[in-house]
Each structure stands twice: as structure tokens, then as C-alpha cells.
Write a protein that binds this ligand. Structure first.
Ligand code: HEC
Length: 113
């Protein structure tokens, strides 16, 4: 009995793991992240691979990037500013992002090394 519960649990984790990978890209598209960023090439914003490399050793990476996805960059350190999410007054507007969505996007961005 105990064993079958473990198997169930393991396969559920595996399944949701696969679904997650697809959802991440869909979410990034829905939130228009890819209109300024690409995974591999710097565009208006830095590539997600560059971001993942820059933050790979930082313990506060999740917190810092989550905040930036919600509020924009405020100051620029890659050369241009990222506008805040869901602010109609921003020079370049982008869709609103919830905290949960921001967390998911950060995990995805940081996995792009
Ligand atoms: C309107 C263009 C634009 C959109 C849309 C946009 N970004 Fe950005 N993003 C930028 C720019 C420009 C920078 C560089 C900012 C800087 O120099 O501080 C940036 C930086 C970042 C960084 C790196 C922050 C750092 O501290 O190094 C992350 C992570 C990021 N964006 C994620 C996202 C995600 C996820 C989305 C979608 C929800 C998104 N961006 C949508 C323009 C954009």
C-alpha cells in the first residue's frame, strides 16, 4: 500500500514537471515577455540566458528578479529600463503579472543557463 502511494506521488510529480515546461513558455508569451526578451539573444532587454548566468551565484536572485518582473527595473543596469507590469502610464505598457506568475517566470528564466 505504502509503495503504491509513493509510485503515485512520483508519477504525479513527473507529469506536472513536464506540463510546467510547456506552460512557462506559454506564460512568457502571454505576458509579452518575448516582445522585449528572447531566450538566447539580447533584444530590447537582455536574453534570459544572460540573465540566468548573471544571477546564477546570487542567493537573492529569486527575490530580486520577482520584484523586477512585477515593478520594472527602476534603474537600468543592462542599458535600458524594463517598465512595470500592468501600469497604463508606463512608456511601454505590458500586461499585469501576479506574484505567483512572477515566481514561475523567475524559475523559468533562471533555468535558461
Ligand atoms: C517593454 C519591454 C520589456 C518587457 C515587455 C519585459 N521586459 Fe524584462 N527587461 C526589459 C529591459 C529593457 C530589461 C533591462 C533592464 C535594466 O537594464 O535594468 C529587462 C530586464 C529583465 C530581467 C533582468 C533583471 C536584472 O536585474 O538583471 C528579467 C528577469 C526580466 N526582464 C524578465 C522579464 C519577464 C519575465 C517579462 C514578462 C513578464 C519581461 N521581462 C517583460 C524589457 C522588458
Amino acid at each position: 500500500m505504502k509503495k503504491s502511494i509513493y509510485i503515485l506521488f512520483a508519477s504525479a510529480t513527473l507529469l506536472s514537471g513536464t506540463a510546467f515546461a510547456v506552460d512557462d513558455l506559454a506564460l512568457a508569451k502571454e505576458k509579452q515577455c518575448l516582445s522585449c526578451h528572447s531566450v538566447e539573444k539580447d533584444k530590447f532587454g537582455p536574453s534570459f540566458q544572460h540573465i540566468a548566468l548573471k544571477y546564477k551565484d546570487r542567493k537573492d536572485a529569486e527575490a530580486v528578479l520577482e520584484k523586477q518582473i512585477l515593478n520594472g527595473s527602476g534603474r537600468d543596469h543592462w542599458g535600458t529600463k524594463m517598465p512595470p507590469a500592468g501600469d497604463p502610464g508606463a512608456a511601454r505598457t505590458r500586461p499585469d503579472v501576479t506574484k505567483t506568475e512572477a515566481k514561475q517566470l523567475v524559475a523559468w528564466v533562471l533555468s535558461q543557463k
